[in-house]
Design a protein around this ligand. Structure first.
Ligand code: PLP
Length: 394
């Protein structure tokens, strides 16, 4: 291992990229979008539309085109957050209090929170060992064991895709609808098709760190289920009102601001470039870290599934659990903003204490994962700096 570390270190120094490089890791892109903000602001001031105006309608169309959503272009709804989008999707599937919904336990807590908001109950499924998304075999077993499960939420994690063809097949075998949680997968493809276009519903988040980021909260719901009427969801997002402002069904308040929608439409124009930049930075991490792997179980790098095109929302490595927390602290002390997504599986949160599920892959992986800084605004020299710092501790 020492020889390998030396080789990478020599390489870093030979390229002189790590030495004296300034690094400040801009992980959010807020300051790069001032010009668009000014434009959006003046449009809003001129036409007086602040919430759910023409900017939202335009964004819904633009996002649909960007996804190359080959379904009806009007089936996208801008909402207030990714969590809201999940809740509306569950309501669209008529999930009721007490119903069971299967999800991977290795995901953002929001996936479970949307189920709890309805009063339904999450049933946790294990993940695979390749890209840590829901394990099809584990899902199949869970559905056999729990014949009352009413829906599945599958999560495309870190910018990788789950094995969506297998999930489609399993859900169809059990006649169970499924929702794709694409909050971390804007720009991810499976078999060259955008994720989010496979499930009965799919959901996106525009939280400020996401691949397509708003300057606040925002989200979208994509409605693929053929018997769903977009007007029902427009009503659901606004108190259950009809066009005469009469409440004709249950509804919530989940509206997208004009400011966010106009900004998001502008950002869509060069989103592909920024996602490609994420891929290039991930490639560089891979190239620099690969020589360190050897046969040891100290470190492993993100792996792609066959058929997926990763969008690298996050670059998550695995570090032996004996060293992971040490490596994290060491990096943070040196201003390298590493993170853990997520330190606990959902079923391990105290809110679920008493939950008896045993999910071996999930429980092992949460002790090993470490997210390295990645944003399209980072420089290559930032990546060298991260690797150089890791070398000192690994
Ligand atoms: C996988 C996943 N699902 C859902 C959400 C919820 O999105 P939001 O924060 O916009 O409500 C997030 C956001 O972090 C997420 O990462």
């Amino acid at each position: 291992m020492n020889n390998k570390i030396k080789k990478v270190r020599d390489y870093l120094f030979k390229n002189k990229l790590s030495r004296n490089s300034r690094y400040n890791f801009p992980l959010s892109d807020a300051k790069f979008y001032q010009q668009f903000l000014i434009k959006a602001q003046s449009r809003i001031i001129n036409n007086g539309q602040i919430i759910l105006g023409s900017g939202v309608n335009e964004f819904e169309r633009n996002f649909s085109l960007w996804l190359k959503n080959n379904l009806d272009k009007k089936q996208i709804l801008g909402v207030a957050s990714g969590t809201d989008a999940l809740e509306l999707a569950l309501r669209g599937l008529k999930i009721c209090p007490g119903d069971l919904v299967a999800i991977p336990s290795h995901t953002a807590y929001a996936t479970a929170a949307s189920i709890l908001r309805i009063g339904a109950k999450p049933i946790f499924v294990d993940i695979n060992n390749i890209n840590f998304t829901i394990c099809p075999e584990s899902l199949n077993e869970t559905l056999i064991k729990n014949p009352n499960i009413k829906a599945v939420i599958t999560v495309h994690l870190y910018g990788g895709s789950c094995e969506i063809d297998k999930i489609c097949k399993i859900c169809s075998n059990f006649s169970i609808p499924f929702i794709e949680d694409c909050a971390q997968a804007c720009g991810t493809k499976y078999l060259n098709r955008s994720v989010g276009t496979f499930g009965d519903f799919s959901t996106f988040s525009f939280y400020p760190t996401k691949n397509l980021a708003a300057l606040g909260d925002g989200g979208a719901l994509l409605i693929n289920k053929s018997d769903s009427n977009i007007m029902d969801f427009r009503s659901l997002r606004t108190y259950g009102w009809n066009s005469d402002r009469e409440a004709i069904r249950f509804g919530v308040n989940s509206r997208l601001d004009e400011l966010q929608a106009i900004l998001l439409s502008e950002k869509l124009k060069d989103l592909d470039i920024r996602i490609n930049q994420r891929r290039k930075l991930a490639e560089l991490y891979h190239k620099l870290l690969f020589p360190l792997i050897g046969n040891s179980d100290l470190l492993s790098l993100p792996k792609s599934q066959e058929n997926e095109t990763h969008s690298y929302h996050l670059y998550v490595i695995r570090v032996n659990h004996k060293k992971r927390d040490l490596a994290r602290k060491f990096c943070l002390k040196r201003n390298i903003p590493v993170s853990i997504h997520y330190p606990k599986a959902i079923h391990q949160n105290s809110f679920f204490s008493g939950h008896k599920t045993s999910l071996p892959n999930t429980e092992r992986i949460v002790k090993e994962i470490l997210s390295l800084p990645l944003s399209p605004y980072m420089k290559y020299s930032d990546v060298y700096k991260v690797v150089e710092t890791l070398l000192k501790i690994l």
